[in-house]
Structure formats: structure tokens, C-alpha cells
Design a protein around this ligand. Structure first.
Ligand SMILES: CCCCCCC[C@H](O)CC(=O)SCCNC(=O)CCNC(=O)[C@H](O)C(C)(C)COP(=O)([O-])OP(=O)([O-])OC[C@H]1O[C@@H](n2cnc3c(N)ncnc32)[C@H](O)[C@@H]1OP(=O)([O-])[O-]
Length: 720
């Protein structure tokens, strides 16, 4: 709703819809009524529109999008304001985003507090501004700047918006008082002079024809796969070419077309899924509502290898001091050099100044003495993935660190309890699984053990946000969520290659789908020997030896091409050849290698595997459905409590195309009945692959018709 009051002959309309004053039907109706009332009240000289609770308005209420359009549209309210003879001033604090900025652009004047940010982020949810933004922002900020704001969705700070011409004044002090004062100062000025409708789009010497083509080409290549950015360009270009009302009409058509598109639905889903993951709960009780995070003022990282150095870099760049520990000076220096190299990379990219990088480095304390960890609030262990070694480290940490220190393990495979029992504080032990390269990858998989306390979980969830990661809480199991789902996905990729596909064919199927990289290129990048060692180690623990001839591993289908490539010295990009051969600058360009195709052919012939044409559709289906089936098993076991958590993990851990929501959302769109039937068919066809045993939960859900948001509840694993 919107509250209406009068002060000093100024009508104040305060948008009121906590937490961000989204433009629900009630708010739009309240705004319209308020404007109409002020227009008809002879005692009112001017109007101020502002927001309650520290924000102006975050735009349309995204939750209402699936309910159709009720209430007045923003442009209807705007048209009324355009005809008003009394000045309407938007007094902005906090954010004015999307429809919020559009409301402000309909006001005759806009003033903002210093801390305010304004923007048109609709593109992030697969839309274009639909309330006049593509038509009015270019009239205020000029074509080029408006186009940039609309296509990127990035908000700008008040001072910049003032320079761009979006704002009329930036003020300090009470925004409402400033708004009233400003409104009264404009009470006698002809409002039509301040009305953006009456101004042309500012081209600042640019030729619209050449600019339009260039912008379309740029956006097409930069936002590959995304529909909305192209529509943003088309709408802004149109606004520069046709009269105001025609441009508004076209914008609205585009907006409605996109609003019902699959991409916008997926992107809106992703927006809310990202917020859902903050609502965690533990099986033994305790959740985000009751658990208090312990303040983390300093952190230690044990192990200055690539992972450890990257983690330390995340910490120092987020403003926290960090002790980086190694067992000897040589390893430590290597780690610090790698950290510096990554930091300087960000300086070269212009993301940080050299001075800022120096400030970050001043927060780093390289050390070879565990005593330096005595007083830190949190330690992240990032040593080699070996349980015995990790237990030794934890035993020493437990003895050295103060009793309140939280001890985290950056394991990607080990059971948290098996590490926690090496200490006398299992309640303060938790998994923090970073993804490589740890400085760049946003996902942080936080893993609780059976005795991890709610306070410890609250602390690592908050810490994740502090270091600008996306923290998702999951339970402990082999591979946790990300790697557990990745296992059947990559296994199917290799089986497809055994059966007749080429690595390049598989990778292009994945990239055409929208993944940033194919699985074989990823394998070459991280090193084929890494997967080889993990497999060999897992087999060794079970008393089995894997050879190049192994077709089965503990009764399960197994592809031993990795063993074959390692035998041939093809370890990936670092050796110039793996699934591909590498050429070009720095040996970074992957090329299909006839030698590897020959190795695969010979290998399969030797093992009696008949090769055939494996179609692209089959590759995609097998890889994705195997992984989706695993996702349902993860829900079934309560490792995750919501499908949204799995999707966020894939969005941030593996670059699943955001416009497809995530694998679980994708499954919901395919239809669970169809997904289940397909998985059952694959299970019959490939009986020796455990990952094709259909999830019981999936079977149940395929009959229920329940929406994705209820899957966790249906699994009986929801803890909230
Ligand atoms: C149908 C009629 C339409 C009229 C025409 C419209 C045309 C227009 O061009 C289209 C739009 O405006 S499209 C919209 C364009 N606008 C955008 O895309 C803005 C999207 N929002 C943001 O970028 C960020 O949320 C803020 C920067 C606003 C706050 O960030 P922060 O401080 O880190 O906090 P936080 O954790 O992020 O959010 C707090 C809570 O608010 C919730 N919520 C937020 N916005 C919402 C919304 N619009 N809606 C609903 N809810 C919204 C959020 O879910 C969360 O709820 P929870 O239950 O507590 O989880």
C-alpha cells in the first residue's frame, strides 16, 4: 500500500510494502490514488513520493508475476503524473530499482540520498524494463549510458546517477525533509518542462543506425543464450527511433512476451532459490532463525597450495586478516607467490587498484608456525586430501587454537565426522568445500557433521557471505552434493565415448546446451591424473586394483579410458595433451586429436566394446538424467532439504545456464513423469550402473504433481 499525508502544503505518498516496497497491486493502487488525491486537493502545492523503511522501491513484486496483471500499470500512473501541474518529486534512499526507478522517472524531479542506488535490473530476471524505463531512462541519461544500465542490469550509485542526468540532486540528511524543501522550490515552475516525455532521447552525437547494429552484435556474443539482453537493446533503440507513445507500446509488448517466457521463469526461480538457501536447518534441531553466528575477526588457512592460497586471497580481499600456514618456507613462498599472482591478475583486469592490492596483502601473515593460529577465530584446513594427514592437522589445531575457534576442513570427499573425531570439539568442526579456482568460484558447500553445532553452521554461513561466496549447507556423504551429482554425469560422458561418441562431440553438446565448458575440457584443465589418483585411491581402500582393462568395478560398469590416457602420459593441458591436444598461445587452445580417437578405438576393440553412432540427444539425456536422478536421491536422503539448494549448487559450482534455472528446475519443466520413465528405461538398458536405479522419491513425485517448492517436504527431509 501507500500512505498519504500532508505537510507544509506538500502531499507525501510513502510506498509501504516491507521489506523493499515492491510494487504490488496494493502499492500501485495506493500510489495512483495518492497522486489523484493530491492533484484534486487545492491546498496541495507539490507532491513527494518516498519509500518506507530505508528503501524507495525495488520494483515490481516479482512474486506476483505469475498471477497476471491486476491493478494500475506503472505507465498509467506515469501518464497521470505527466499531466499534473503540481511538481512530483521522488525522494530516494536505499534502492530505486526496476519499476521503482521507473516510478521515479515519471516524477518530474528526482533527488536521492548519498547512499542510494538506482538501476534497471530487470534483465537479471529475463525481462526488460516494462514500466517506461527503456523509453524514459535514455531521455534522462542519454542513449549510451541508459543502454548500458539496462543491458547489464547494474545499478549505479547516487553521485554517478547525478552526473548521468538521472538525478537532479544528491542530498545528505533526512531525505523526506529534503524532498519537501525541493518540491516547494519547484512549486511555481511549469511541470511540462521537467517531464521526460517531452524530451528527445539524448544521442550525444551517436548515429542510431550504426550504434544499434554494434550493440546487437556485442550483446549477442557477450550474453550467449540469454534472450532478454537482445530485447533490451531492441527496446532502447526503438525508443530512439519512434515517438514516445509508440515506444512505450512496443516496450510493453516485449515485456509481456518475455514475462511468460521459460527463461524469465527460470531466472525468477533462480532469484528466489538464492534467497531460500539462507534458510537452513539441522536434523538435530537448530536453524537460521535461532542460531547465533560467532563473530569472525581473523582466519587461519592451513596449506598454501593452489586451493589454500586462493582461499586466503578470498579472505584478505574481503577485509579480514589471514594467517597462511605451511610446513616449510619453500612451500610457503610458493603459496604467497601464487596468491600475489592472482591478486595482480585482478589489478590487471582493473578490478582493483595497485594500492588496494597492497592493502589486501598487508592483511596476510605468511607463517610456518602453528602458534600463529593460537588466537584466530576460524581455521580452514586445505592440506592434501588424505584422511590420516587431515586428522593429524586437526589434532594439532585442537591443541593449539583457543577453545572457541571453529575448525573447517576444505575436503571434497571425506566424511566430516571422521575429521571431527580427531578433536575434542566436534561441535566446532565443519566442512567448507571451496571450488577451484577458489578465488573465482562463487560456490561454498558448507557441510555439517553429526555433531556440528547450529552456532558453527550459522558462523560458516555468514562467513561465506562475508567473503562474497554463495554458501549452501548440505549433509555429509561421499562427494557431498556437487561432486556426488557430477560423478554419474561424467561417468555417462565417458560411457558415451566408449560407445562411439568423441570427447569433442560430448563437449559441444554440453556447450550448446549452455554449460560454460564441456566435461572433457574440464578434465584436461584440472588434470586427468587427479581423477586417476582419486579412483585408484578409492579402489585401493576397497582392496581392488584398477587396470586399463577394468570394465567393472565392484560389479558396476566402469570406463578405464582415464587409466589408458594416464598410461600414455596424456595428463591434460599441463602435458599439452589429454582428451584433446593443446596448441596456440600458452598451449591453451584445445584441438580434437586423431591420436586420442585412435587410442579410444583401440582400447574399445581390445575390450570388445562395439562402437556405434551416439546421437547428441542421447548424450545430453544420459548425462543430465543420471545426474538429476542422483539429485532426487540426495533429497530423499536429506543431504539437501530443498531442490533449490541443488540448483544453486549447479548454478555457482558448475555454471549451469541460469536461464534454465538448475537441473532440478529443468527436470520440473521436462515433467517428472517423463523424467522418471526415461530413467527407468535407462536402468533397464544399463543394469550395471547404480546411478540408473530410479530414485524412490522421484517415482513418488512423478505421480503427485507437486511443484518443485514442495519436493523437500514430500521427501520428509525438510527441517523447518
Ligand atoms: C505486475 C506489475 C508490474 C508493473 C511493471 C513492472 C515493470 C518493471 O520494469 C519490472 C520490474 O520492476 S521487475 C523487478 C526489478 N527489480 C529487481 O529485480 C530487484 C530485485 N531485488 C534485489 O536486487 C535485491 O533484493 C535488493 C537490492 C532490493 C535488496 O537486496 P538485499 O538487501 O540483499 O536483500 P534480499 O535478500 O535480496 O531481499 C530482501 C527480501 O526482499 C525480497 N525482494 C527483493 N526484491 C523483490 C521484488 N522486486 N519483488 C518481490 N520480493 C523482492 C527478497 O526475495 C527477500 O525476501 P525474503 O523473503 O527475505 O527472502
Amino acid at each position: 500500500m501507500a500512505e498519504y499525508s500532508i505537510r507544509d502544503s506538500v502531499a507525501i505518498i510513502q510506498l509501504d510494502n516491507a521489506p523493499v516496497n515492491a510494487l504490488s497491486v496494493a502499492v500501485r493502487t495506493g500510489l495512483y490514488d495518492g497522486i489523484e488525491r493530491a492533484a484534486g486537493d487545492g491546498s496541495v502545492k507539490a507532491v513527494v513520493v518516498c519509500g518506507k523503511g530505508g528503501n524507495f522501491c525495488a520494483g515490481a513484486d516479482i512474486k506476483e508475476f505469475d498471477e497476471g496483471s491486476k491493478g494500475p500499470w506503472i505507465t498509467e500512473i506515469g501518464d497521470f503524473m505527466d499531466r499534473m501541474r503540481k511538481p512530483v518529486v521522488a525522494a530516494i534512499e536505499g534502492v530505486a530499482l526496476g519499476g521503482g526507478l521507473e516510478v521515479a522517472l515519471f516524477c518530474h524531479y528526482r533527488i536521492a540520498a548519498k547512499n542510494a542506488r538506482v538501476g534497471q535490473p530487470e534483465v537479471n530476471i529475463g525481462l526488460i524494463p516494462g514500466g517506461g524505463g527503456t523509453v524514459r531512462l535514455p531521455r534522462a541519461a542519454g542513449f549510451k549510458q541508459a543502454l548500458e544500465m539496462i543491458v547489464t542490469g547494474n545499478p549505479v550509485r547516487a553521485e554517478r546517477a547525478l552526473k548521468m542526468g538521472v538525478l537532479d540532486e544528491v542530498v545528505s540528511g533526512n531525505i523526506l525533509e529534503a524532498g519537501i524543501k525541493f518540491a516547494l522550490s519547484k512549486a511555481h515552475i511549469d511541470t511540462s518542462l521537467a517531464c521526460l516525455r517531452n524530451r528527445p532521447v539524448r544521442m550525444d552525437g551517436l548515429n542510431i543506425d550504426t550504434k544499434a547494429d554494434a550493440a546487437l552484435a556485442h550483446v549477442k556474443s557477450k550474453y550467449k543464450g540469454f534472450e532478454a539482453p537482445m530485447f533490451c537493446v531492441k527496446a532502447v533503440v526503438n525508443a530512439a527511433r519512434v515517438p514516445y507513445d509508440d515506444a512505450i507500446q512496443k516496450e510493453r509488448e516485449y515485456f509481456f512476451e518475455l514475462r511468460t517466457s521459460g527463461q524469465s521463469q527460470a531466472l525468477r526461480y533462480a532469484f528466489f532459490a538464492e534467497r531460500q538457501i539462507a534458510r537452513w536447518g539441522l536434523p538435530g534441531g537448530g536453524d537460521y532463525r535461532t542460531a547465533r553466528a560467532i563473530p569472525v575477526r581473523s582466519v587461519g588457512v592451513v596449506g598454501a597450495g593452489t586451493m589454500g592460497a586462493g582461499i586466503a586471497l578470498c579472505i584478505i580481499t574481503s577485509g579480514l586478516p589471514c594467517v597462511l600456514l605451511e610446513q616449510n618456507q619453500e612451500f610457503l613462498e610458493k603459496g604467497v607467490t601464487s596468491l600475489r599472482g592472482q591478486l595482480m591478475g585482478t589489478v590487471r583486469l582493473g578490478k582493483m587498484t595497485a594500492g588496494e592490492a597492497e592493502v589486501c596483502l598487508s592483511r596476510l601473515k605468511p607463517s610456518t608456525s602453528m602458534e600463529d593460529l593460537k588466537h584466530v577465530d576460524m581455521v580452514i584446513e586445505a592440506v592434501f586430501e588424505d584422511l590420516k594427514l587431515k586428522r593429524e592437522v586437526f589434532e594439532r589445531l585442537d591443541k593449539t587454537c583457543k577453545p572457541e575457534t571453529i575448525l573447517c576442513t576444505n575436503t571434497s570427499t571425506l566424511d566430516i565426522d571422521s575429521v571431527a573425531t580427531a578433536t575434542g570439539r566436534p561441535d566446532k568442526v565443519v566442512g567448507t568445500h571451496f571450488f577451484a579456482p577458489s578465488y573465482l568460484m562463487k560456490l561454498l558447500e558448507n557441510i555439517y557433521g553429526s555433531r556440528t553445532s547450529p552456532e558453527t553452521v550459522a558462523t560458516v554461513m555468514r562467513f561465506g557471505k562475508t567473503i562474497r561466496k554463495v554458501p549452501v549447507l548440505v549433509g555429509s556423504c561421499t562427494g557431498f552434493v556437487a561432486n556426488r551429482m557430477l560423478a554419474p554425469y561424467t561417468a555417462e560422458a565417458q560411457f558415451c565415448v566408449e560407445e562411439g561418441a568423441s570427447p569433442a562431440q560430448v563437449d559441444s553438446v554440453l556447450m550448446d546446451f549452455g554449460m560454460p565448458m564441456g566435461t572433457f575440457r574440464v578434465s584436461d584443465l584440472s588434470g586427468i591424473d587427479v581423477s586417476f589418483s582419486i579412483r585408484r585411491e578409492a579402489a585401493r581402500k576397497l582392496g581392488v586394483t584398477l587396470t586399463v582393462d577394468s570394465r567393472y568395478f565392484r560389479g558396476q560398469r566402469h570406463c578405464s579410458l582415464i587409466e589408458r590416457l594416464v598410461e600414455k602420459g596424456r595428463l591434460g593441458r599441463k602435458t599439452g595433451k589429454g582428451w584433446y591436444k593443446y596448441e596456440g598461445p600458452g598451449g591453451t587452445v584445445p584441438l580434437e586429436d586423431p591420436d586420442v580417437l585412435e587410442i579410444i578405438e583401440t582400447h574399445c576393440r581390445a575390450l570388445g566394446i562395439e562402437r556405434r553412432n551416439v546421437g547428441s540427444h542421447e548424450i545430453q539425456e544420459r548425462m543430465q538424467l543420471a545426474m538429476i536422478n542422483e539429485g532426487f536421491k540426495i533429497l530423499e536422503e536429506g543431504i539437501c532439504t530443498r531442490a533449490e539448494e541443488i540448483d544453486v549448487i549447479w548454478l555457482y559450482g558448475f555454471g549451469w545456464p541460469r536461464y534454465l534455472g538448475g537441473p532440478m528446475f529443468y527436470a520440473s519443466k521436462l515433467g517428472l513423469k517423463r523424467v522418471f520413465e526415461k530413467i527407468c528405461t535407462f536402468h533397464k538398458r544399463f543394469p550395471h550402473s547404480q546411478h540408473w536405479v530410479p530414485s524412490v522419491l522421484l517415482g513418488k513425485l512423478s505421480e503427485s504433481g507437486l511443484p518443485l517448492s514442495k519436493w523437500g517436504e514430500a521427501a520428509g527431509t525438510s527441517r523447518l
